[in-house]
Design a binder for this molecule. Structure first.
Ligand code: GAL
Length: 374
């Protein structure tokens, strides 16, 4: 299968951790449809860790916990599919999942077939309890082959947290996306740390295999086991989403979609940002930190001869975002300038060919889409 744009969907981990069950999954899938998220492109409904029994069955197969998933995974998958969505699950390259459940080390072909039999369209593949004397690269490749051997189109979502310079080899394993960092938490510093950790690795993300910056925390609003009440403002969520889109990251919601506020639905369905995220070329942004590493500027070529320009303020104080066109090769006498429109406010700038700056509230950003004029 060709994964020509970064996958979009929802994953249970951020909010539900080890408190998942089939009712939550069904209601979440229904909410994804009723809130218009499916229409915006969010299609994969992914159950993370904690779904199985602690032991395999007598044939060595993984077993869903019948107390949490009494209808079984095939029935749940059928229901998710009946809503026009796709179904995702979770396993691990090691001997146990991070939660201590059976994982797929040396059981790859059997487990891949089990997932295929259940109608799984997406597999997140973690890295806990991976033997030190084994080579991670080979085991990601092994599961990738096992998934392909089922003949079913299954998105392979590698999750080794950026270990072993994953960005340099993961594309060659056939994976469609790769987690490049440790886990996200509901805080602006977590967002900032993940974003800046990719400042030298951003070039590795490209169509077919995308740098996964981890699930979104937008709209978590302090809920669930990884939520931190009052830790994030709506401005934090806005900048987080804009950063992920400027990087072309997979967009997996991590909040409780059933109670998602309209403001958050509006944010994550912003058409301009989704277009930037899913741009056909998935070019890495040029990242400028001339002013300060706390106020970086991202310039990203889009297909159709357009560009995106984003100015961020990572600081806890008010600051100024700036853009110095000469730093990307555009000088005043080039005979060209930039026309652009801000994606949240509609503010327009015309004829930009020299230094511009803009005041930014703490943690805020501005994101423009634009084109060139003579
Ligand atoms: C971590 C992973 C998280 C989540 C968790 C489940 O290793 O990074 O995203 O999947 O395991 O136990």
């Amino acid at each position: 299968m060709v994964m020509s744009t970064p996958p979009m969907g929802w994953n249970s981990w951020n909010t539900f951790n080890f408190h998942i069950n089939e009712t939550i999954i069904r209601e979440t899938a229904e909410a994804i449809v009723s809130k218009g998220l499916k229409d915006a492109g969010y299609e994969y409904v992914v159950i993370d860790d904690w779904w199985s029994l602690k032991e395999r069955d007598k044939d060595g197969r993984l077993v869903a916990n019948p107390e949490l998933f009494p209808s079984g995974m095939k029935a749940l998958s059928d229901y998710v599919h009946s809503l026009g969505l796709k179904f995702g699950m979770y396993s691990c390259a090691g001997l146990r999942t991070c939660g201590g459940f059976p994982a797929s080390f040396d059981r790859e072909f059997l487990d891949a077939q089990t997932f295929a039999d259940w109608g799984v369209d997406y597999l997140k593949y973690d890295f806990c309890f991976f033997p030190h004397n084994a080579v991670g690269r080979n085991y990601y490749n092994r599961m990738s082959m096992a998934l392909k051997a089922t003949g079913r189109d299954i998105v392979f979502s590698a999750c080794n947290w950026g270990a072993d310079e994953v960005e340099k080899w993961i594309r060659s394993t056939g994976a469609h996306l790769y987690r490049s960092t440790g886990d996200i938490f509901e805080s602006f510093s977590s967002v900032k740390d993940i974003a800046t950790s990719q400042w030298s690795k951003e070039k590795y993300s490209a169509p077919g295999c995308y740098d996964d910056l981890d699930m979104l925390i937008c709209g978590m609003d302090g809920q669930g086991d990884l939520g931190h009440p009052n830790a994030c403002s709506d401005t934090d969520y806005k900048t987080h989403f804009a950063l992920w889109c400027m990087m072309g990251s997979p967009l997996m919601l991590g909040n409780d979609v059933r109670v998602m506020r309209p403001e958050m639905v509006e944010l994550v369905t912003n058409k301009d940002l989704l277009r930037i995220d899913a741009d056909a070329e998935c070019r890495n942004p040029i990242i400028l930190t001339t002013n300060s590493e706390l106020t970086p500027t991202y310039f990203k070529h889009l297909s159709n001869n357009e560009f995106a320009l984003a100015m961020f303020n990572f600081s806890d104080d008010a600051g100024n975002g700036d853009f110095r066109p000469w730093e990307i090769g555009l000088t005043r006498n080039a005979g060209f300038s930039l026309d652009m429109r801000e994606v949240f406010t509609g503010e327009e700038l015309h004829g930009v060919n020299d230094f511009i700056w803009t005041p930014l509230a703490p943690h805020d950003c501005k994101v423009f889409i634009g084109k060139y004029t003579v």
